[in-house]
Each structure stands twice: as C-alpha cells, then as structure tokens.
Design a binder for this molecule. Structure first.
Ligand code: ACM
Length: 548
C-alpha cells in the first residue's frame, strides 16, 4: 500500500499503511512491558502518558487494545518495528531500539504528546494502522554542547538530553572545560571549580567586539549533578562523552593552579579565567607533574562517566610557549622528539595508553594527527573532512563534525538579521544536504566513520534561548542525516523534508523550543541599518571569519 510518512522526523526506513482503521489510545489502555523494556515503559508513562492524560496502567500479557513493548534480538540493535493495529506493538532489537520506537509512537500521537502536562484531556488520540520498520544509519549520532563559554545550568542540560532523545540522537558530547570556565567538580583539585568556574566579565559578541558584559559569569556541576545527568541520559539511551580539553584550552585550569602552565615563560599566577574568545596561548606545561594532575582529574572523570570514549580535546594548541620554554625544550630533547608537534603527540599518546589501560578509548580533535596519531585514537574531524579522511585511511575511527557544515553556532542566514551572525552561513537545507561519509573513502575506510555530530559552541549563546535559536530547527535536519537512509546530498528531497517540518515545528512548540522562525527573526520589518549592527557587535557584516 501507499506509504504515509506521518511527518516523522527523522524519516524511518519504511512505512506501510495496513488499512484505514484507527487505534485509539484510551484512558484505560494498558501498557504491557516485556522483559528488558521496563525503562521504556516508565519513560512512556511519565512523558507521553502525562502529556495526554493517558496513565497507561500495567497490563497482563494477553491484554487487548494495549501498547506492548518487547525486545526482539532478530532486529538490528537500535532498530525497531512499530505495528499499529488492534494493539500497538513496539519490537526493538534492544531496549534502545524499543526506546526509539517509543519516540516514533510519540510523534504519531501528535504535537500534544510533547507537552509536560495535558492541555486537552478530552481530545481523541487515534493513530491510523500501519507498520513502520526502522534502524539508524550511524551508531554515533551526537551533539556537542559547550558549557564552558556559557554555563548551562543542570536543568537546561537535562532538557537538552530530552531534545536529543526526541530526535533519536544518542551521543551527548559534554565540553566541560575550556579557557573560559571549568565546569566539573574534581574532589582532589577543588580550586578547579572554586577559582576556575567563574570569570569576572565576558566579551559580548564576536571576539572583535568592543563590548563587554561587566558581570561575573559561571557555575559548575557537582559530582552528584554529573551522576544525575549521566543516569538521565542513560534512561534515554544516550551516552555522555565527557571532554577534558588539553593541552590547549586550559587557561581556566591554569588560573586555578598556576603550576600547570609554562611558568618559566609566563607569570601564570597573574592569569585569571579568560573573559574573551579566540585561540588562547596559555597551554599546559609538558611535565610529569602536569600528567599526574590530569591523571587524577581523569580518574574522577572515569568514575563518573561509563562512556567507552573519553574526549581529551587536543585542538587549537599554539606551541609558542613551548618554543620559548627551557623546560619544554629540555623535554623535547630528553624524549628525542622532532619538535613541539611531537611534544603534543607525546601528551596525547600518554593519555591514549592511560585510558586504554583502563578499558577506555581516547577521542580527540583532528589536530591530534599532527606529530603522529596515538595508536588507539579516534578523531573528531572538525576542520573539514581532511583529518577524518586521513585518520580513516590509517585505520582509525572517525566522528565527522566539519565546521563548514555542522557547527550550529554559525549563522543561519546572510545579512544582519541573525542575532549574532558569526561564521559560515548554513541554512536548514545546507545541514540537510550534509554528507558525513566523504566520497573518496573506500567502503572499508568508510566503515571507520562511526557517525557524526553537530557541535554547539556557545561564545555567542548566553543562555538557553540563544542555544535553542541556533540549534533548532537545524538539529532536526541533522538528526535525519544521522539516522535516515538518505540518498546522495544533491538528490535529497528537501521540499518533502520542509513539508514534514511543518508538523515538527508544532512538536517543537509543544516542547517550548525557541527555534529560529522559518521566515527569519524579523519577518515583519525591514532590516536594521548595517551601520548600527556593525557598531553594536564590532564585527564586519560581510566576510565574517568562519569561526569566532
Ligand atoms: C574546535 O572547534 N576548536 C574543535
């Protein structure tokens, strides 16, 4: 029979209409949870059940007109089959598959199913009969959130996890440390948060702006907060990959513990948590003491995050201080290294081994290729496809997140109307046409592309509203790229996707997401004069640099 999409996002593999009858979710509809699906049942009751005033009481296996959940190992691990007939059945290859099927059921039930309480208890809740078969294209479907540049209080992080789950994304890359703030409590080094989690003021806008927000900004997550976030994510079948960025992006740590920096060339005791944007010259010193310090940090991180992958950054590490530092130069000679790039590799290799000894895997930004890639390393390819191609050809795993395509801090339209128009112009359609697997890879090399993630750097996102605006609607397009079996970019049916987005905007409305309106932020008035904008943000209107 003809396929009906029901405006699902991300699009499933197949939808088959099985008649013009309707399943009605009633106040007494039972929920029958097979072994291993109790967590999904809990999620369905507490979200969809609450939103629609359908309590979904537990039912006996033989209950009629029920919603049934079961694990069927014959299906792909994250795949599911959703059958809507006299009963609804979600069979998943694992609990995760059942959960993604439950997300699809929520979409089928209409935008009201995305509310936190029931706005219309009397409304009929019917779904037409159909069978949906589905499974993801990639196992790594992620989003990075930078909570260093602007702290996102825990409630916002939990909400973000709900939003990822609603889009069938399963990796939350938690960028916890940077020059502008250290956000995770480390018990053995309390100054990391006592000193490193607050800054006195903040550059407002692009790094070239002359404006300052003259207020302290900061915050951090306690270890109990982190446990809660990790558990909340796990209930949603999302893995939290922590990032402790080193040896660059470390000024917040150095301001807390000046001995971590290159004290022979800089008065690190005079440093404070950085208050502006860009690439920072204050990097870690390549000493045994610094290695021991970060091993201590990572011991606590490993105890908190069960993720197999641990991200150690490795990006944007200017080597000027190492060039000048007698200590660093002595280290290079002592280790027989060719120069500063190899010194960075030595740093990364140390943690590659250290993590492997503890059953974990190191992942880092593509700069870790410079000076030689550590044997077990996986690469986050952000400066384009090139690093990912090189790593995959060398037999390393790769997560594709090129800034030219999937940096969601970058503006969504040309001209001055975007609130903070930095970076490349990347529209909803551009993201929809992003292809994570570079065509030059052989199938064997392409198998190293674990998947893809969208990165949300927050230099110009002071709070949740700004994050919502930058992330949505583009994350919906990204989710379809990461999950669905789409054709080659030029052949993708963006018009059909945009049509389905009409329904998806109603879901986002019900969720309370402050997305960029489809027509732009100021559809009813003329653009402000460019001169005014220029003065306000201190950045060129045209030819803005690709990164902040
Ligand atoms: C990065 O954008 N510096 C990974």
């Amino acid at each position: 029979m003809a396929k009906t999409s029901a405006d699902l996002i991300p699009a499933p593999l197949s939808v088959e209409d099985t008649g013009d009858r309707t399943f009605v979710l009633a106040v007494d509809t039972a929920l029958v949870a097979g072994p291993g699906t109790e967590g999904v049942a809990h999620w369905l009751r507490s979200t969809v059940g609450t939103a629609l005033a359908r309590p979904l009481p537990p039912g006996e296996p033989g209950a009629e007109r029920a919603v049934r959940l079961r694990v069927d190992p014959a299906l792909a691990p994250e795949g599911y089959r959703l059958t809507v007939a006299d009963s609804v059945e979600i069979a998943g290859g694992s609990a995760a598959g059942v959960f993604w099927g439950a997300q699809t059921l929520r979409q089928l039930l209409g935008p009201d199913a995305f509310r936190r309480a029931c706005a219309d208890p009397g409304a009929a809740r019917g779904i037409g009969w159909r069978v949906i078969e589905d499974a993801p294209r990639f196992g790594w479907r992620g989003m990075l959130l930078d909570v260093s540049r602007y702290f996102m209080p825990k409630e916002g992080v939990l909400r973000q996890l709900d939003l990822l789950a609603a889009h069938k994304l399963n990796v939350f890359h938690f960028h916890l440390t940077d020059d502008q703030g250290w956000r995770i409590e480390i018990l053995r080094h309390p100054r990391l948060t006592e000193v490193g989690s607050w800054r006195a003021r903040t550059k407002y806008g692009h790094r070239a702006s002359e404006l300052w927000d003259e207020k302290p900004h900061g915050g951090f997550y306690t270890q109990d907060d982190i446990r809660e976030i990790v558990a909340y994510a796990a209930e949603r079948h999302i893995t939290v990959v922590p990032e402790i960025d080193l040896p660059g992006h470390s000024q917040a740590a150095i301001s807390a513990y000046p001995e971590l920096g290159n004290t022979d060339v800089v008065d690190t005791a005079a440093l404070s948590v950085w208050d502006t944007w860009g690439v920072n010259p204050n990097i870690l010193a390549p000493t045994e003491d610094v290695l021991r310090f970060y091993e201590g940090v990572l011991e606590e991180v490993l105890a908190l995050f069960p993720s197999r992958f641990v991200h150690i950054g490795g990006d944007e590490c200017p080597k000027d201080q190492w060039k000048e530092s007698p200590t660093a130069q002595a280290r290079i000679r002592e280790l027989g290294l060719a120069g500063e790039d190899e010194l960075q590799s030595w740093f990364i290799r140390h943690f590659d081994r250290w993590l492997a000894d503890r059953g974990r895997r190191l992942i880092g930004w593509d700069e870790i290729l410079e000076g030689g890639l550590a044997p077990g390393a996986t690469v986050s390819s952000w400066r384009g496809y090139r690093g990912g191609v090189e790593a995959a050809r060398a037999g390393h795993d790769v997560v594709m997140c090129p800034e030219q395509q999937v940096y969601l801090d970058h503006r969504q339209a040309d001209g001055p109307d975007e609130p903070m128009p930095i970076g490349y112009v990347r529209t909803l359609e551009d993201v929809y046409r992003f292809e994570p697997v570079p065509p030059q890879l052989t199938p064997e090399e392409a198998a190293h592309v674990l998947g893809t993630q969208a990165n949300v750097w927050t230099e110009v996102m002071q709070g949740q509203g700004r994050v919502d605006y930058q992330v949505f609607p583009r994350l919906a397009a990204f989710a379809e790229v990461a999950w669905s079996a789409l054709p080659a970019p030029a052949e993708r049916d963006f018009t059909a996707f945009a049509g389905r987005m009409e329904t998806h905007y109603r879901r986002l409305d019900a969720l309370g997401v402050g997305y960029r309106p489809p027509g732009g932020p100021l559809p009813w008035q003329k653009r402000p004069a460019p001169e005014k904008m220029k003065g306000g943000l201190g950045r060129p209107i045209d030819g803005s640099p690709p990164n902040v």
